[in-house]
Write a protein of this length. Structure first.
Length: 394
């Protein structure tokens, strides 16, 4: 709980109130012009940094000022939990210790190490950005915010996080945790993801930014948002700045920020087919525009038939349409249920036997491969394909 300060402010018409119990919530630009925010900001900075010094987590990317490592961590942490990222971060840096190593790697090797993190476009864009850095910046990660911002896959927040943490550039940040924190600190009741919400909260972030040690400050903000100022049931009594928060003072934690509408999930039924040709199985590289583009998968497509023999007829027809081979469908291996964005997918996994090639592939087409089971470990598979591949092992 925040320490109660001993100094008091006396006025002629009211009793003395400790400053820590006064409503000193950040009062926006209009009030800032009246000179009412400097003390609030100083108090906020002091309390936040003192809390962070004690409660910060020991995370591997906090042990370095290398912009490359910080960049990798920031991209991995997008829409992914910290505990999930830690082992991926270690493996990725072991394989690609610097920008040049990543730039020179094959996309397939990058995706294989990314496998399981999801949102694979992040990995492809990072690979592309590494090649740009190698070619245009001689392998040195750029220091200027504008140069970082122009790299593929790097938005305003990510660029600010990298340059502030790595180079102590005074750049404000706004991501999920800090947006929620700022909304509560400013009692912002509207949609934090809308254009007006983003404008207001970015402005708040910039006003709040200190002149020095911006990287530590930004990390402290994210840590507070992650560990204490949670979306539901925030731990306000453990918050070092709760007495500076109008949302806490008004008991509005559950309504600020405005709750987001839950997306409607659409039920989808698909089939994944393991086509055997002697001891090898067929895998297909997913194309641009498809889910998991660049990853390898067993032939997969929507399935509408419900009963035999209609299921077998549909499987055979769609295998031929998708990969140009004739196959004889066999037994159901398993059913995998998983979610992707707004889709709730029921994936029926079947075996099939290769019969013949119906359509020859153009010269140079490398979108299909026949692999032994042990070779599947060497290629990046979609999460569901990896689960299915493990069931095929003896």
């Amino acid at each position: 709980m925040a320490r109660v300060l001993k100094d008091v402010k006396r006025t002629p018409n009211r009793r003395a109130i400790p400053r820590s119990k006064q409503s000193t919530a950040f009062p926006s630009l209009a009030a800032a012009k009246r000179g009412r925010t400097k003390a609030w900001k100083q108090d906020f900075h002091r309390r936040l940094l003192a809390w962070y010094a004690v409660h910060r987590r020991d995370l591997p990317w906090r042990a370095t000022s290398d912009p490359y490592a910080i960049w990798v961590s920031e991209i991995m942490l997008q829409q992914t939990q910290v505990a999930t990222v830690i082992p991926y971060f270690a493996r990725f840096l072991s394989a690609f210790p610097d920008v040049r190593a990543l730039a020179e790697a094959r996309e397939q090797d990058v995706l294989r190490l990314w496998e399981g993190l999801g949102y694979y476009r992040r990995a492809r864009q990072m690979h592309k950005a590494a090649r740009i850095i190698a070619e245009e910046h001689q392998g040195n990660f750029p220091r200027e915010f504008d140069h970082v911002r122009k790299l593929p896959g790097i938005g305003r927040y990510t660029a600010a996080a990298i340059v502030s943490i790595a180079f102590d550039t005074p750049a404000a940040i706004l991501e999920a945790n800090t947006a929620r924190l700022f909304a509560r600190l400013s009692a912002f009741r509207d949609d934090t993801a809308g254009p007006e919400g983003r404008r207001v909260l970015w402005q708040f972030a910039e006003e709040l930014l200190p002149d020095r040690d911006a990287g530590t400050f930004n990390q402290a903000l994210m840590e507070l948002g992650s560990l204490v100022c949670s979306p539901r049931a925030p731990q306000c009594e453990d918050c070092p700045v709760h007495m500076l928060c109008p949302t806490f003072q008004g008991g509005l934690q559950e309504s600020i920020p405005a709750p987001k509408a839950k997306p409607q999930m659409e039920a989808v039924r698909e089939a994944s087919v393991v086509v055997w040709r002697r001891s090898k199985v067929l895998v297909r590289k997913r194309e641009a525009g498809e889910r998991w583009a660049g990853m390898w998968d067993f032939p997969r497509f929507p399935l509408t038939a419900r009963r035999q023999p209609a299921v077998d007829l549909e499987l055979a027809a769609k295998i031929e349409e998708l990969v140009g081979i004739v196959a004889e469908p066999g037994d159901l291996i398993t059913t995998i249920k998983h979610g992707v964005t707004r889709f709730r997918i029921t994936l029926e996994c079947y075996a099939a036997q290769y019969v013949s090639t119906k359509r020859r592939r153009p010269r140079g087409d490398e979108s299909l491969m026949w692999l032994d089971l042990d070779q599947l470990a060497e290629v990046p598979l979609s999460t569901s394909a990896r689960k299915l591949s493990r069931l095929l092992l003896p």
